[in-house]
Design a binder for this molecule. Sequence first.
Ligand code: PGA
Length: 258
Amino acid sequence: MTETTFAPTVLVQPTAADVAQQVAGVFAQAIRAKPSIVLGLATGGSPVGTYRELVRLHEQSGLDFSNVTTFNLDEYVGLGAEHPQSFRYFMRTHLFDHVNVDPSRTHVPPGVADDIAEAADRYERAIDRAGGIELQLLGIGSNGHIAFNEPGSPRDSQTREVSLTPETIAANARFFDSPDQVPRSAITMGIATILRAKRIVVIATGPAKRAAIGRAIASPPSLDCPASLLQYHRDVTFVIDHEAGHAESTSDGVRSGN
Ligand code: PGA
């Protein structure tokens, strides 16, 4: 039996700054429409501009995070919340410390736990208890990964510990003093966890993402490119800049979805 796939909506912006502004606008509108929304959040270079813009909207327009609940995609195994390269630390630095979100409503998978498998199951249940993720922000790796779901990750995968590929370790070494310091494993939401979100927005900027974007939106879904599995979701929007753009993307902003 063949399964239904959906063409994602692709919005192409001139620059990364325009991408950040558009994505922040989507999130701000969702928060205003439902102040108790459950958001899925991402780390890495891609969402930094979006978080900066959300902080600005909080400061200048009173965007209210006080009833928002957040779940981050992933965390390095072995890094505690105080480690400057941990994703919990990243979220505090770029967003949480600058808006009025209630820290007890912010969730990042634990990088340090007696039993990571058990902590991963608990994380999955916490998402369900909160009512599920309504709007999920995603970056994409140059190898097509989403969160730390590397190529080959099963479509039915849940939150779990995974090994990072050499390509991902090399890509993330820029945040550490040396590549040896990059953790070799992570705790990450699975593909199935991500596909359960009601609505998904993917950010990609720069030429290093062009090949992955092309495969994600224009090739049939394949485990070799985890982002292509997003075609099984009916409400995915890619917001990308020209440099990450695929030949089929239009330059006036929209390639239609369905
Ligand atoms: P980046 O990473 O935003 O730092 O490029 C994206 C990702 O690996 O998901």
